[in-house]
Design a protein around this ligand. Structure first.
Ligand SMILES: Cc1cc2nc3c(=O)[nH]c(=O)nc-3n(C[C@H](O)[C@H](O)[C@H](O)COP(=O)(O)O)c2cc1C
Length: 161
């Protein structure tokens, strides 16, 4: 019995899977449609222990999903097939011990005209990529740290997740 408990404890160690991806809007999504995606995501993510942030700007989505590996893998497969976006490109896929966005079931990072100075390079690159060809979506790797760090600090975000 003690041995079994010890094993269970090891298995319980919370290794999480983190997937960071970028995609393009499939069509001109309104702010209300994006808000609806975020609202549904929050409700569902809370239930299954997924956290993360999402950026929607210039026709481009960038999202971090993190949580139990099986759950995040399944969720990503569903998201990938969602007809509201296309050209889904994984920027990074990693295992981690601690979630970066543990407090947010899904936080929306906003990069509107009033975005803080440190977010401007991200805006500019997303705008450039948004007008370019598909492979360029991968250039968003260059700015992802900036975006996620700003997301984590709550910079340019209008509400908590
Ligand atoms: C850009 C984008 C991000 C999404 N993020 C999430 C998310 O974090 N969690 C979630 O449950 N659904 C998310 N969705 C919605 C899913 O794609 C899907 O609609 C939802 O999981 C319901 O799936 P079902 O209809 O197969 O049950 C997202 C959709 C899009 C377009």
């Amino acid at each position: 019995m003690p041995l079994k408990l010890a094993c269970a404890r090891v298995d319980d160690r919370r290794v999480i899977l983190r997937i960071k991806y970028a995609s393009r809007f499939a069509y001109a999504l309104s702010a209300a449609e994006i808000d609806a995606i975020v609202a549904t995501s929050r409700r569902s993510n809370v239930r299954v222990g997924v956290t993360g942030v999402m950026l929607a700007f210039g026709g481009v989505f960038m999202q971090v999903l993190e949580g139990p590996p099986d759950v995040v893998s399944d969720l990503f497969l569903r998201i990938e097939r969602d007809p509201r976006h296309r050209d889904v490109v994984i920027l990074r896929r990693e295992l981690a011990a601690v979630p970066l966005f543990g407090a947010w079931s899904m936080r929306l990072v906003e990069l509107d005209a009033g975005a803080r100075a440190q977010m401007r390079p991200a805006r500019e690159l997303i705008e450039a990529v948004a007008q370019g060809a598909l492979p360029e979506l991968e250039r968003l790797r260059e700015i992802e740290d900036l975006v996620w760090t700003a997301g984590a600090r709550g910079v340019a975000s209008r509400r908590a997740g």
